[in-house]
Design a protein around this ligand. Structure first.
Ligand SMILES: Cc1ncc(COP(=O)(O)O)c(C=O)c1O
Length: 325
């Protein structure tokens, strides 16, 4: 197992090489290269589906209760029936990780409306397509967590581009793909998408946080952002630790007032931002609030892992955080 330097945060650590990857498609577990769906699947033909990306540690999906809640809520809003409950899905993820020889993995759960029969009408009697894949985590270089990343501001307006409820993690990521392409052109790591009033919404694949006058701030859900699971976990930590925070509208012109900034997602955890569109954040280095939150987030990940282990005596005991580093 390759491990990162201590203190770079759990998310920086990478995994061992898998034996052979396995995937689940509509009731069957098969080697990933043999996993196929129909060319007539509405997920492919119409982008009619949704997904979750989950990080697994010790072969167990992290914060799975929160991921399942978002998945089932989105499925309900899209009127796609979720053919499995939380325990069933979690068991499948455990099995896929174990069969693939992965302890640390990126898990993707995709649910589509199933067979395309022509036209757009919804036929609730047709079965959905459920796909689960696992892959090794291609961890970011630990130095990135120490140095931070530069991000750009995208010209794409999130509200105008998405149209549907932003709480749905739909399989249509075109706005985000083109925001990321803008970031690449500018030599930036990711791009910030703006909300309906030009306020900061989120990044192409992550949520946004900053520190202004010692207070941790993040855009509210009403900005039209995905309710990120990592964002949710960080807000829970801020509340519990009584660290001053707020969910408020933030504008790019306020960049100069930010002492710190960071992005976060399930796969990467919190990652410091040191420049926004060329403007330095604070002293241009990851700050103390980020480092404190990253350590608290690591501990929250461990607490989640051990509570899940407690809940199932059949599962192996989770290794300690220091052993994983
Ligand atoms: C647009 C967007 N916002 C935020 C996030 C972070 O969400 P989470 O913390 O649930 O991974 C993601 C993750 O893929 C995303 O695509």
């Amino acid at each position: 197992m390759r491990t990162a330097e201590p203190g770079t945060g759990k998310a920086a650590r990478t995994t061992q090489r898998p034996r052979r990857l396995y995937a689940y498609v509509n009731g069957k577990i098969v080697p990933a290269e043999k996993a196929v769906v129909s060319v007539f699947d509405r997920g492919l033909v119409l982008g009619d589906g949704l997904f979750e990306t989950v990080r697994a540690w010790d072969g167990r999906p992290q914060f799975f209760g929160l991921h399942f809640k978002r998945l089932s809520k989105s499925a309900k809003r899209l009127r796609i029936s979720l053919p499995m409950d939380e325990a069933g899905l979690e068991r499948l993820v455990d099995t896929l990780c174990a069969k693939s020889g992965l302890t640390d993995a990126v898990v993707r759960i995709t649910l589509t409306r199933g067979r395309y029969l022509g036209g757009l009408a919804i036929d609730p009697s047709l079965p959905p397509t459920l796909i689960i894949t696992v892959a090794p985590v291609s961890g970011l270089p630990p130095a990135l967590y120490e140095r931070g990343v530069k991000v750009a501001i995208s010209s794409i307006n999130k509200a105008a581009a998405s149209g549907l409820d932003s709480a749905i993690k739909s399989t249509n990521y075109l706005a985000n793909i083109f925001a990321k392409a803008e970031a690449d052109r500018k030599g930036a790591y990711e791009a910030i998408l703006l909300g309906p009033h030009g306020e900061i919404a989120e990044l192409s694949t992550s949520s946004f946080f900053c520190v202004v006058n010692g207070k941790v701030l993040t855009p509210p859900i009403e900005t039209g952002i995905l309710p990120g699971i990592t964002r949710q976990v960080l807000l829970r930590i801020l509340r519990r630790e009584k660290i001053p925070y707020g969910e408020v509208a933030l504008f790019p012109k306020e960049t100069d007032q930010m002492q710190e900034a960071f992005l976060c997602s399930s796969v990467r955890g919190p990652l410091p931002i040191t420049r926004i569109e060329g403007r330095k954040i604070g002293n241009g280095k990851p700050g103390p609030v980020f480092r404190r939150l990253r350590d608290l987030y690591d501990r929250e990940c461990d607490a989640d892992a051990s509570s899940a282990v407690d809940a199932s005596a059949a599962r192996p005991t989770s290794r300690s955080r220091s052993a994983r580093r």
